[in-house]
Design a protein around this ligand. Structure first.
Ligand SMILES: C[S@@+](CC[C@H](N)C(=O)[O-])C[C@H]1O[C@@H](n2cnc3c(N)ncnc32)[C@H](O)[C@@H]1O
Length: 373
């Protein structure tokens, strides 16, 4: 099998259908695909204004090739615009995939319009190959809910809640953003990919993207300790994305290395994501033990080690002072209702018990990963 080595993090130049059908089956634990939406966008080497049936037939072909590459317990996410979301959902059913969520990614910085409402969402269809057997690392995406942060509600789960299926934490990558590559107009945010990869794969798993574009999927996969493989029809994009991957490979090593304070860049990035998701100002968080305990639990699950609440608040303040915290949409003052003292004590106890069980849980997860990997 020429030009294919799943152990390497790579962008393969060429047509995804041709390449994927020449490769072995079932090697990817996750496929993330962000195909052209057939809306007349200008790509190098690809016509994004095809006849309806031509585009739908082609979609069927590439989705079949991607499904073939998917492991029996694999997950398949497809980002798609309004015009073809329904068609791709139906093709998924024809291919025997099970839809688990129809996610709406609601982004900020949609392109301005003159005579209609600004388009500010993309559909993300989340399929699995086997409805009963798939990876879903819930702990990787829990965060404090409004029950913790707003209402001081005793029913708040100490370990936090899972995100809704409408995702509005991730702005589109616009011109001023640090991660923007600048040579590809459809770059996805790494934070969004990070959520999908962390939830639907384990370290070491293969993540496949048939439409590499700027290389966001494999670059994020590599940084998270997964193997990133992608295909891209444009030589120009592929060459530039390969450079992005090279720096991701270099960064991945430094990324997990703790500094003198014990925090690695990966830990800081995990905290930044959590902070964005919790949508709660630092002072409000610091004065809300239930919410803070939940942040402690969520962060521990994401980075694989417990960090005390005081260190978390201190780190948030440091990041804020260095202008390294994301701004969030609902940046509103904290309005806690009465949360009784015994409730705080109960939450702390539960979180502590959960923490004590963490090493065993992580071990189990690793074992599961090895068995299914
Ligand atoms: C929407 S962009 C993907 C952007 C990517 N998610 C990112 O974050 O940069 C779609 C990409 O698919 C590529 N493409 C189109 N047809 C293809 C095919 N048949 N095989 C491989 N790549 C293809 C285009 O060149 C384009 O770069």
């Amino acid at each position: 099998m020429p030009n294919f080595n799943p152990a390497k993090n790579a962008i393969h130049r060429g047509d995804c259908v041709e390449l994927l059908t020449g490769w072995p089956e079932a090697f990817a634990r996750l496929v993330f695909a962000d195909p052209p939406f057939n809306i007349g966008y200008r790509y190098s080497g690809y016509d994004d204004a095809r006849a309806y049936t031509d585009y739908v037939d082609w979609s069927r072909r590439w989705m079949a090739a991607a499904t073939r590459a998917l492991a029996p317990d694999g997950s398949f996410y497809i980002a798609i615009g309004d015009d073809y979301a329904a068609e791709l959902r139906v093709i998924g059913r024809e291919l025997g995939l099970t839809l688990r969520n129809w996610i709406i990614w609601h982004y900020q910085f949609g392109q301005n319009m003159r005579d209609k409402f600004v388009r500010s969402h993309t559909h993300i269809l989340y399929f699995v190959k086997n409805a009963k057997n798939f990876v879903f690392n819930a702990g990787q995406s829990r965060f404090p809910s409004a029950r913790h942060t707003e209402y001081g509600d005793r029913r708040a789960k100490p370990e936090g809640r899972l995100p809704d299926d409408v995702w509005n934490e991730f702005p589109r990558v616009c011109g001023t953003f640090k991660e923007r590559q600048g040579w590809h107009g459809c770059q996805m945010p790494e934070a969004l990919l990070s959520r999908i990869i962390r939830v639907s794969t384990n370290p070491g798993d293969v993540v496949l993207d048939p439409f590499a574009g700027s290389g966001t999927t494999p670059a994020t996969a590599i940084k998270l300790g997964r193997v990133g493989i992608a295909t891209e029809q444009s030589e120009e994009y592929a060459d530039a994305a390969i450079k992005r991957l090279d720096s991701a490979i270099r960064e991945a090593k430094a990324w997990k290395k703790p500094d003198a304070t014990g925090w690695s860049e990966f830990d800081r990035e995990s905290l930044r994501n959590l902070y964005r998701e919790a949508e709660t100002p630092i002072d409000a968080l610091a004065s809300n033990p239930a919410a803070l305990a939940c942040v402690e639990a969520s962060l521990a699950a994401r980075i694989g080690r417990p960090v005390h609440a005081d260190s978390i608040v201190q780190k948030l303040r440091e990041l804020d002072a260095a202008n390294q915290l994301p701004r969030f949409k609902n940046d509103r003052p904290f309005r806690a209702k009465v949360h009784r003292k015994q409730d705080f004590a109960r939450d702390r106890k539960l979180v502590r018990a959960w923490h004590l069980g963490l090493p065993a849980k992580l071990k189990k997860l690793n074992e599961l990963g090895r068995q299914t990997g």
